[in-house]
Design a protein around this ligand. Structure first.
Ligand SMILES: [Fe+2]
Length: 229
């Protein structure tokens, strides 16, 4: 009897270990998955220096972006929208007075995730042939696009974002206040620069145009932008 029990417990233990190694425990983890994920930065915290300091990026990603993600997940715990894709939550809550806090936090989580991907070390300058041709067709030249983009960022009163979007196939520069995102206007985001003060003030103080110029000349990830076309 004792030998039989020993054999059974041995088999049970073997099955348990095998199941664990094969990842049968994953559904438990999946249940804990939050609706909004803060992906790791696609580069190290000091990779964008000297144009964006490690200090700024640490606060921006680790405090500001993280706070939007945490608050969005907290609010989504009580929302029937929790299982929707993030873009659908943004569209469903935009412009609704009773959903403003949820919209602000979900949209800010999305905007920041998108912004990190728009940057890279040793980026900027003139984009590759495909995007450069579209920019020339829509803005006259890359220099004109750059000037218009910087001016749009400068003209955004208070906090917000400046975007390059595709609007029915036409490339446009648009600026949005606070958390607003062009997808609610059926425009496809291609590129964005965060112009909230938290994104540049430690490095540039009030010189917002210099910060945008530095991104266009040294950090823009044009390959990512092209992949969004
Ligand atoms: Fe930001």
């Amino acid at each position: 009897m004792f030998q039989m029990l020993k054999k059974v417990s041995c088999v049970v233990m073997t099955l348990f270990i095998t199941a664990f190694l094969l990842g049968v425990h994953q559904p438990v983890c999946a249940q804990e998955k939050k609706p909004i994920i803060q992906e790791p930065l696609p580069y190290s915290q000091n990779a964008l220096e000297p144009f964006i300091s490690s200090y700024t990026l640490g606060f921006h990603y680790g405090k500001h972006h993280a706070a939007y993600v945490d608050k969005a997940n907290e609010l989504l715990e009580k929302s029937p929208l929790a299982k929707q894709p993030v873009e659908e939550i943004i569209k469903a809550t935009a412009g609704k007075a009773d959903q403003t806090i949820l919209f602000n936090n979900v949209a800010q989580a999305w905007n920041h995730s998108f912004f990190w991907k728009c940057l890279k070390a040793q980026g900027g300058g003139k984009p590759g042939e495909k995007l450069a041709k579209l920019i020339d067709e829509n803005f006259g030249s890359f220099d004109k696009f750059k000037e218009e983009f910087i001016n749009a960022g400068k003209a955004q009163f208070g906090s917000g974002w400046v975007w390059l979007v595709s609007d029915g196939g036409k490339l446009k520069i648009v600026k949005t206040p606070n958390a607003d995102n062009p997808i609610v206007n059926n425009q496809k985001p291609l590129f964005v620069v965060d112009v909230w003060e938290h994104s540049y003030y430690l490095d540039y103080q009030n010189r917002r145009p210099d910060y945008i110029k530095a991104i266009l000349e040294h950090l823009a990830n044009w390959e990512f932008v092209t992949s969004n076309l």
